[in-house]
Ligand binder design. Structure first.
Ligand code: SF4
Length: 332
């Protein structure tokens, strides 16, 4: 067991630290960044002015059913328009002041940040990276919005000491679920896009949602198993949240939808972490949509509580990230 998984120390008792420390029985993002940079590092989330192919053209008026008009826009950017340079300047200033931060990663976060011609993407990424001596580039996108040219472009920014990450939304590998939530792509699109990234050394983070309509525990764990096979460098899991301006909210109002509460979500998380390789960085276990946008669930544990309780559950099982893989390997 690596130094990251000080399970023995935890089993000897004492409270679990809240700050994503080295003592969690899974590989937290903060511990990964601290190992890498020797100090905390911060993401500067920006809105590059993109839209989303799942909301336009033939699909106009569509979009994923859990998505509201703000897409995945960073909460702290607010709702107003701001040019890229101003967004970066503002975020850097705030984080330096608040955290005395020194290491920053540029994160194209909102909507589909590879949705555009390659030359336009290059110009935009260059503009952003030209604003500061960033340590990483992170681009969030959809599996059906990546091709070889775009993957080449992303790879062109990588160099020793400067990683490029792509965050790919999958949510579920199950075709019926992806149709049900109007994702506009299938599982094959995801695995094809992931292969393009992996082949070029771009680090991959996969987004999953637990508690999607029609899914049970077995289906969620099957998604985790299939994703684990391609060894993503990072994973973000969150519970189903329904903003009031999303199509799914209508289903909720009609009483056609239920979704897991905190305790159930935590039990899914513990099962999922046991299935994931130890090297995969656990970047998120829950989400919190800003309160004016988030109607349900109204009551849910905050991020640090979900992390802490997930760790406690694993520990109560004498377990840790990747435990079930250890078991399979020892039987092989
Ligand atoms: S891909 Fe993202 S931005 Fe586009 S509709 Fe789905 S959740 Fe919204």
């Amino acid at each position: 067991m690596s130094a990251r998984f000080k399970l023995g120390a935890l089993l000897r008792g004492g409270p679990i630290p809240h700050n994503g420390s080295m003592d969690f029985p899974y590989r937290t993002y903060s511990s990964y960044l601290k190992e890498k940079y020797g100090r905390p590092a911060y993401r500067v989330g920006v809105d590059g002015g993109f839209s989303c192919p799942n909301r336009e053209g033939d699909r106009r008026g569509g979009g994923c059913t859990y998505c509201d008009p703000f897409g995945s826009r960073s909460a702290y950017l607010g709702e107003g328009d701001m040019d890229l340079e101003s967004q970066i300047r503002r975020s850097l200033g705030a984080m330096k002041k608040r955290y005395r931060a020194q290491v920053f990663m540029l994160y194209f976060q909102a909507y589909t940040s590879t949705y555009g011609p390659v030359e336009e993407l290059r110009a935009l990424y260059d503009r952003g990276l030209g604003c500061y001596d960033f340590s990483e580039l992170i681009v969030s996108t959809r599996p059906d919005c990546l091709n070889s040219e775009k993957a080449d472009l992303l790879a062109s920014y990588a160099r020793p000491g400067f990683d490029v990450w792509a965050e790919l939304g999958l949510q579920s590998v199950h075709g019926e679920t992806l149709s049900r939530i109007n994702r506009g792509h299938d599982g094959e699109d995801f695995f094809r896009a992931a292969a393009l990234l992996k082949k070029r050394g771009i680090k991959l983070t996969v987004h999953l949602i637990f508690g999607l309509p029609g899914e049970d525990r077995a289906m969620m764990m099957e998604t985790v198993r299939q994703v684990n096979r391609i060894r993503p460098e990072g994973i973000k899991i969150h519970n189903l949240h329904i903003p009031s301006r999303s199509p799914l909210y209508r289903e909720y109002e009609l009483g056609e939808l239920t979704f897991p509460g905190s305790e159930r979500h935590i039990s899914y998380l513990a099962d999922a972490l046991e299935l994931l390789h130890k090297e995969t960085v656990i970047m998120r276990l829950t989400t919190d949509t800003p309160s004016p946008r988030n109607s349900v669930p109204g009551v849910f544990l905050n991020k640090s509580e979900v992390s802490r309780r997930t760790a406690e559950l694993l520990l109560s099982r004498g377990s840790y990230q990747g435990k079930r893989l250890d078991k399979i390997n020892s039987m092989a």
